[in-house]
Design a binder for this molecule. Structure first.
Ligand code: NDP
Length: 448
């Protein structure tokens, strides 16, 4: 079966899972040159095997709210592929979570994790639980109840979840406490733990910082640098605020952050004091709009940042937050680099629009791989029970992001996707990630 036929099969079978189909098509359409060069991949049906997860575990979570009312949520763990190591990928708590979203995230995670060069497979999980407006004790009870179910299916050498949207260090700590309580095991079963009890330094910063390190590598290829460049960032969560922090540290000017209610535009640019304030505000669940009274700037209610003039965009909120029209606005407003901090924040048409205008584009699976890379370093620190310093991890992260950049750029060149200096990072990243997994699957035979 050709790649084209395999896509049609996925489209027909999973028409009700649009995000998953979108992610599969993005990978499939770019790996054709690799497939042509490796007939064994077709013979072993590698692509058809990889679009089906090893398994999906679905469960119910019963918990009680503060009024003593019984609440029922759904939870899932998608164990997609353990060809290169234990299943690894975050847990998302958000009302939009369903099997389509988790399968798209898990599928992407396989190749992202392969790109890091570290021994981790791909998975993803979460719940349709909405943490917004919940008290701390409700969050705690939900996390305990979630892990009461999930603990049957995860372990330090088999499946190692982490955080994602709605799951930060507080939630990871609650889940870790329940895992320990049920299993009597003090192990690296979750990453993103608190630094005092097995967490790695720099895990919190890693995704945002890593995306900006990736950007630095892209700029270098174009003999450019970040100093003085205006940067649009969406989201005001873990990835966004740490991307903003690293942009500022390197002399760039981050002029926006956003959330589901609107965009905060600070023409003068964020600085460390403003970012620290934003982090605290987010931790306390308070609105971004308070910023205006303290630091000035403008609140653009109900708007995204993409209509503002800038040099660089780092969408870091959620999937499909940038559509074709937004991409067109970016192009018209002078954006020259788009780096995905979030997973699949650009729609397929938005990607086409930026690429046809030769805007340098880094897909999430390459640019935001820093988080999972440091999670893998947390796993190895947990195994040997020895911990690295912040600077040691930062150095590893920089090297990993450089290696991802360089290997994607080299594959784009090798497979004829680089056009007159314009690197197709999406094709390059997909080819490198897919090939690493495919080579392992071929070596295993037909198990896996
Ligand atoms: P957080 O929960 O910390 O923050 C998410 C931010 O995005 C919030 O400000 C939220 O606003 C905003 N947001 C969510 N949905 C929407 C929406 N529909 N429209 C506008 N804004 C929205 O999540 P993270 O920062 O951890 O994750 C962000 C993205 O990065 C996700 O795609 C995630 O999968 C990806 N990612 C995260 C990694 C990590 O290490 N955390 C690793 C790799 C990728 P509000 O509060 O109003 O909902």
């Amino acid at each position: 079966m050709s790649i084209r036929q395999a896509i049609e099969k996925v489209e027909a079978r999973y028409a009700h899972q649009p995000e998953f189909v979108q992610a599969v098509k993005e990978v499939a359409l770019t790996i054709a040159p690799l497939y042509d060069a490796h007939p064994e991949f077709q013979k072993m049906k590698i692509f058809e095997r990889l679009v089906e997860p090893d398994r999906i575990i679905a469960f119910r979570i019963n918990w009680e709210n503060d009024k003593g009312e019984v609440q029922v949520n759904r939870g899932w763990r998608v164990q997609f592929s353990n060809a290169l190591g234990p299943y690894k990928g975050g847990l998302r708590f958000h009302p939009t979570v369903n099997q389509s979203v988790l399968k798209f995230l898990g599928f992407e995670q396989i190749f992202k994790n392969a790109l890091t060069g570290l021994p981790i497979g791909g998975g993803k999980g979460g719940s349709d639980f909405d943490p917004k407006g919940k008290t701390d004790s409700e969050i705690r009870r939900f996390c305990y109840a979630f892990m009461r179910e999930l603990h049957h299916y995860v372990s330090k050498d088999m499946d190692v979840p982490a955080g994602d949207i709605g799951v930060g260090s507080r939630e990871v700590s609650y889940m870790y406490a329940m895992y320990k309580n049920l299993t009597h095991e003090y192990s690296g079963v979750l990453t993103g733990k608190g630094v005092g009890f097995g967490g790695s330094l720099m895990r919190t910063e890693a995704t945002g910082y890593g995306a900006v390190y990736f950007l630095e590598n892209m700029l270098k290829v174009q003999n450019d640098d970040i100093k003085g460049k205006k940067v649009l960032i969406s989201g005001a969560g873990n990835v966004s605020l740490h991307a903003a922090e690293k942009v500022c540290m390197l002399g760039g000017i981050a002029i926006t952050v956003s959330d589901s209610k609107g965009t905060l535009y600070d023409e003068k640019g964020l600085n460390q004091e403003k970012i620290d304030w934003l982090k605290k505000q987010k931790d306390q669940g308070k609105p971004l709009t308070d910023y205006i009274e303290v630091f000035g700037g403008e609140w653009l209610a109900g708007q995204t940042p993409w209509h503002i003039k800038a040099d660089i965009a780092i969408p870091s909120a959620t999937q499909n937050e940038v559509d074709e029209e937004d991409a067109q606005k970016m192009v018209e407003n002078g954006v020259k680099y788009v780096v995905e901090g979030a997973n699949m924040p650009l729609t397929a048409k938005a990607i086409d629009r930026v690429c046809e205008n030769r805007v340098h584009y880094a897909p999430g699976k390459a640019a935001n791989a820093g988080g999972v890379a440091v999670s893998a370093l947390e796993m190895s620190q947990n195994s040997v029970r020895q911990y690295k310093t912040f600077d040691q991890i930062d150095e590893r992260l920089k090297n990993i992001m450089k290696n991802i950049h360089d290997s994607a750029a080299a594959a784009s060149e090798e497979y004829g996707q680089t056009d007159n200096g314009y690197i197709d990072y999406m094709a390059g990243a997909n080819i490198v990630g897919f090939k690493r997994v495919a080579d392992a699957l071929v070596a295993y035979g037909i198990l896996n």
